[in-house]
Write a protein that binds this ligand. Structure first.
Ligand code: ATP
Ligand code: LTN
Length: 328
């Protein structure tokens, strides 16, 4: 029996190369060896206000992005979170075994609630519990995510262990899969901040659907450090980040990347980097628009059916163990 993976992205904002390099790229590789579930987490997206028509559009766009990135619906299950009501049901159960203190410690909650005081949304607070539900429902062994999700994975493990201890062995304890390179792509405008969908400044990110001229402009404007050498060096975070992106989009060994730019300045490097990103995204961008919308919806609906058949078994087991299933 193959081990399982589950992961997800929110259909909010525009996907950037950080999402691709930190998460999607690894899903594509891992799907060959694991039974895979890839979710479009629209219930997570509504933790912040979403315009309904736009949310629909973004949900289908994300499905296109999954397919164009190389997720094969014949091999993996692609589905939308709200099509599988068990996600919200298990999330409630897990909410009841979660503690205020452990959720208050989540750095993403702290960041997203900054300056909001008492008006911060409760959904932002309980967000990681819904994420734990996504993972535990499928008894996933491995969860491929970027570095920023590591703490949420730790919470997921804690909740699973707590449930198993209090009600009997039920959940698999999942491991994070965080890639050695690319787990944290930084903003092009501020190398101390991660590239983020919710960044107000579009110049900080290269979006997967940016056209060639926009990519050239953004790379040209990207901040660099003092110095002139193009080398991997953690103490020069801006150039380190750009070189990491170069390494990932060209798939070259780190040393070869450095060798290519010995004696060349930042200007030359940036031109090469922009062209490498454009080349890397070209086949993806060609595919993304090519899917028929009706077929796309059918893929999602049949994905949801497959996902549900697994999710409802786990939920039934949980209800049995907790005494919620009173008739059996
Ligand atoms: P936001 O910053 O608005 O919360 P996001 O850009 O983090 O959004 P998500 O939908 O939360 O996007 O993340 C989807 C996946 O992409 C997750 O696995 C996450 O860890 C990964 N990811 C997000 N940002 C980066 C980044 N800068 N570098 C590498 N991986 C990333
Ligand atoms: N919180 C994640 C998105 C997410 C997720 C998941 C990732 C929701 N549910 C389950 C992996 C597994 C984020 O990237 N912000």
């Amino acid at each position: 029996m193959k081990k399982r993976i589950l992961s997800g992205v929110q259909p909010s904002g525009n996907l950037h190369i950080g999402n691709y390099l930190g998460a999607l790229k690894n899903w594509v590789t891992l799907q060959k060896d694991y039974e895979s579930f890839f979710c479009i987490v629209n219930l997570h997206a509504i933790t912040l206000p979403q315009e309904p028509e736009k949310l629909k559009r973004k949900t289908l766009e994300l499905a296109r992005i999954y397919l164009a990135a190389g997720i094969d619906p014949k091999v993996s299950t692609i589905f939308v979170q709200s099509d599988v009501p068990e996600h919200a049901e298990l999330a409630w159960v897990l909410t009841c075994i979660s503690r205020m203190g452990e959720l208050e410690r989540m750095t993403q909650f702290k960041d997203k609630s900054k300056g909001k005081g008492e008006s911060v949304g409760v959904g932002i607070f309980t967000y990681p519990v819904l994420m734990a539900s996504d993972i535990l429902l499928y008894k996933a062994n491995l969860v491929p995510v970027g570095q920023d999700q590591k703490q949420h994975l730790e919470l997921t493990r804690d909740l699973a262990e707590r449930f198993n201890r209090d009600y009997g062995e039920t959940f698999v304890i999942p491991e994070p899969y965080i890639p050695p390179v690319g787990a944290k792509i930084q903003s092009l405008q501020d190398p101390m901040k991660k590239m983020s969908k919710s960044d107000q400044d579009p110049n900080g990110s290269i979006f997967l659907l940016d056209d060639a001229d926009v990519i050239r402009k953004k790379i040209k404007r990207a901040v660099t450090d003092s110095g002139t050498e193009v080398k991997f060096d953690k103490s020069r975070p801006a150039i380190n980040n750009l070189l990491t992106i170069y390494q990932l989009v060209t798939d070259l060994p780190a040393e070869e990347c450095e060798n290519r730019f010995v004696g060349k300045g930042y200007g030359y490097f940036k031109t090469e980097l922009a062209e490498a990103i454009i080349e890397f995204l070209r086949p993806f961008q060609q595919k993304v628009r090519s899917y028929d919308e009706q077929e796309l919806i059918e893929t999602l609906k049949s994905g949801a059916e497959k996902a549900r058949s697994v999710a409802c078994q786990t939920l039934r087991e949980v209800y049995e163990k907790m005494g919620l299933n009173y008739a059996s």
